[in-house]
Design a protein around this ligand. Structure first.
Ligand code: ADP
Ligand code: MG
Length: 206
């Protein structure tokens, strides 16, 4: 395990819906670090096998070799001594241990760049993203283009019928949508109102 300590570590989070360019941006930051002669290592959850089990791949087909992980703590044992940048794609699929792991790495001087979905297909914060966004030094919330109206899209619409919480898929299963065109079949389930909010909402429906 690399136990790098010198310098200032940091955590950058790139988030947004599917097709917003998160993987493209992650690959760009890794490429720039490599130009600066900084060794980068790229990781991803092993659950994300959509295109390739050992690469991160963008929708535009840019790609980078990546080490698949079953658990966030496995990162420690994969690190080389001279690694300075740790990049993690599809970070939403890890459990909350990832927050502790990347915080540890940043405190040890590593520059950590995480990319992932901030919201799931229901419009609900995705897994560890709230924790990661809170401890990040820098957050890039980026947008796709709404497939219905061309506006900035911040949501991922599932367009196939499935009750699965995680459904790996591409354009056949998901579309980028703006807030106005995002539809979820049960708004109440999306972000449930408690009694107090419900009473105020009904009193002031706008
Ligand atoms: P992400 O990792 O956020 O899913 P990628 O970096 O893999 O995104 O891919 C971004 C690319 O997806 C864009 O450069 C564009 O060519 C393509 N793309 C396909 N559909 C859309 C869309 N609705 N809005 C924006 N880009 C899209
Ligand atoms: Mg991606």
């Amino acid at each position: 395990m690399g136990i790098y300590r010198a310098g200032h570590g940091s955590l950058e989070v790139i988030c947004g819906p599917m097709f917003s360019g998160k993987t493209t941006e992650l690959i760009r930051r890794v490429a720039r670090a490599q130009i600066a002669k900084q060794r980068a290592q790229v990781f991803k959850p092993s659950i994300d096998s959509r295109y390739d089990s050992e690469k991160v791949v963008g929708h535009d087909s840019g790609c980078l070799k990546a080490t698949p992980l079953d658990r966030p703590t496995e990162i420690f044992r994969h690190l080389y001594d001279n690694t300075r940048l740790v990049a993690i794609d599809e970070v939403q699929f890890f459990d909350n241990d990832i927050v502790v792991v990347v915080n540890k790495l940043a405190c040890r001087g590593y520059r950590v760049v995480c990319a992932g979905l901030d919201l799931d297909y229901r419009g609900i914060p995705f897994g560890p993203l709230p924790g990661l966004l809170s401890i990040a030094d820098e957050v890039s919330k980026i947008h796709a283009i709404c497939t219905l109206c061309g506006a900035e899209a911040s949501r991922t619409q599932r367009i196939v019928d499935s009750g699965d919480a995680v459904l790996l898929g591409e354009k056949e299963a998901y579309e980028a949508r703006c807030r106005a065109h995002f539809e979820y079949f049960n708004e109440e389930e999306m972000l449930p109102l408690n009694e107090e909010i419900k009473a105020d909402w009904e009193a002031h429906p706008g």
